[in-house]
Write a protein that binds this ligand. Structure first.
Ligand SMILES: [Zn+2]
Length: 104
């Protein structure tokens, strides 16, 4: 993976906008997360001239573009989990909780 892109991914992971599936180690985009927080952190790191983002010190727009490209290219859930139907079983489980509450 290109180093610049891995920096963008790292920033998104730090802000929990991107998450890593604990089972498959695949990165996915958390729909509930505030994507703006990843951009805010990216800007802050560049403005403070953190060595971590030194490749972007003169070009924060490049980091912003890379970040938005990365976020839009990342699936909304772990592709492996999706193919296993984990999302379906999660939905069933929440339905079960609801019916349990109703029967009280
Ligand atoms: Zn997974």
């Amino acid at each position: 993976m290109e180093k610049k892109q891995s920096i963008a991914i790292e920033i998104a992971l730090q802000t929990q906008v991107l998450k890593t599936c604990p089972i498959h180690r695949k990165i996915y985009f958390d729909d509930d997360a505030d994507a703006a927080s990843a951009f805010a952190l990216a800007i802050e790191l560049v403005r403070k001239h953190k060595p971590y983002v030194e490749e972007f010190h003169d070009n924060e727009h490049e980091l912003m573009d890379l970040l938005s490209d990365t976020l839009s290219a990342t699936p909304l859930c772990c592709p492996e989990c999706q193919s296993l139907g984990v999302l379906g079983s999660l939905r069933e489980r929440s339905g079960f909780v609801e019916s349990a509450l109703e029967s009280r």
